[in-house]
Design a protein around this ligand. Sequence first.
Ligand code: ATP
Length: 266
Amino acid sequence: MSTLVIDQISATYPNSTQPVLSDISLSLSAGELLVVLGASGSGKTTLLNLIAGFIESSKGKILLNDRPVKGPGADRGVVFQDDVLLPWQDVQSNVAFGLQLAGVPLQARLAKVQEILKRVSLEGFAKRKVWELSGGQRQRVGLARALASDPQVLLLDEPFGALDAFIREQMQCLLLDVWADTHKPVFLITHDIEEAVFLATDLVILAPSPRGIVERISLDFSKRFIAGESARSIKSDPQFIAVREHVLQRVFEQHVHTLNNQSVSV
Ligand SMILES: Nc1ncnc2c1ncn2[C@@H]1O[C@H](COP(=O)(O)OP(=O)(O)OP(=O)(O)O)[C@@H](O)[C@H]1O
């Protein structure tokens, strides 16, 4: 059972005197889907980059299964908004890329790719070139590539941000199915409040000023989806709408606070 622990993390970029993140503590275990929501500039991507090992914290530590995170590794699968696929390669080669780097033999790679493509509903797409895919299909390939090396945790940075509302909801449902099938803990950042409330078992709202976590909420809408209720039914439930409005209010407060601070300092 994988566990990610973020322990009193602070981060400051080299060219800045102000921390981007200050004293953030979070934990994420199997069966949990942690969503970080927050105004632009609140440090969401910085937090994901720290977990991915792309940047280092100035204080605190990050542990994955009790081992300190030091640099990038195959134990963390990352999916970005811009899919970062190899455009000249086909779907199969993109999904198998990490396995190839890890020296996995060809036949084992192909078998793994078939299994993963089935999981993300892309059976029959193995030989398609990336430029022959829709935006939603590309994000499925991104998710498949992240899953291929069987990571301990999935990290997703605005993965559905560029998709239209219908495809976005399809991808949310697909992610929940993958999450339920694989039992992998998922860390996801988004700007989209409805998406955050639908997906999260744990929702964290980050603020840009003063920096930090303004609220943590435990939710069970994703578990209701896994139990068989439809996304439409959940999202139109008055209980869902009440939570969504509450979260919207908290995020708007952050925007107003930030704007007021900016106008004071002008
Ligand atoms: N490489 C960098 N060097 C210096 N400052 C940076 C760097 N990357 C981000 N920042 C600054 O850190 C702060 C947080 O950025 P970050 O991208 O983590 O926020 P975010 O919440 O993900 O924002 P958005 O929702 O707009 O993507 C911002 O003020 C940003 O300008």
